[in-house]
Design a protein around this ligand. Sequence first.
Ligand SMILES: *Cc1c(COP(=O)(O)O)cnc(C)c1O
Length: 246
Amino acid sequence: MDNINVKENLETVENNIAEACKRAGRDRSEVTLIAVSKTKPNELIMDAYNAGIRDFGENRVQELTRKMEELPGDIRWHMIGHLQKNKVKYIAGRVTLIHSVDSYELALEISRQCVKKDLKQDILVEINIGDEDSKFGVPYEKVTELVDRIIGLPNISVRGLMCVAPNVDNSEKNRNLFKKMIKKAVDINSNKMYDVNRDRSQSDKVLSILSFGMTNDYVVAVEEGATMVRVGTGIFGERDYLTGRI
Ligand SMILES: *Cc1c(COP(=O)(O)O)cnc(C)c1O
């Protein structure tokens, strides 16, 4: 535990991503590696920073805002965990991307806070892709409707979809769920209705970000088309929730 070599782990992860891109005929630049640093101390985060990583993921607002203050200002912070409405005010407009929007009420609160402070926030809609009771996220059938409603809100942009796939022993088991994710994004992107009410300067698609793949299945995720993978354990080692939480 104490001898985690972040730099070496990152080299392994980077090689795996590059190989998966090659197999899938994708350019490496299409995939952003997010180092999930939840529960991990600043020293380990700086090891990753010094190895060139700038995208970091956290799942708790308090920990995220503290690290934001303590660590270099050019870090792009990603809120990847379940977000309560009463915590939105601490991060809205301050993080690069909120991955975990799963209700209209949450989107509305992000929009409200951003309007109040004259800020903008990019978000992803989280899908409960495995239809698991234990997971957050909107049911698959409700995604289009939610995206539809959020698109109408000011100062918030839906940039893509996110999911936390089931924890499986063999990552191949999640391949079809990842295909299903992609299909939803393709379906929504093909809806011409969105052309009229969206600024297309950043991308020709409504949903261009697909955030899926964690330590156990990021290779399959890259092969299937993820544009962001969120890797924690594979970079920083196992998490100790008893002593690691600050
Ligand atoms: C913790 C977490 C990860 C990283 O999980 P690992 O298995 O450690 O790679 C990715 N995404 C979310 C939403 C998480 O909460």
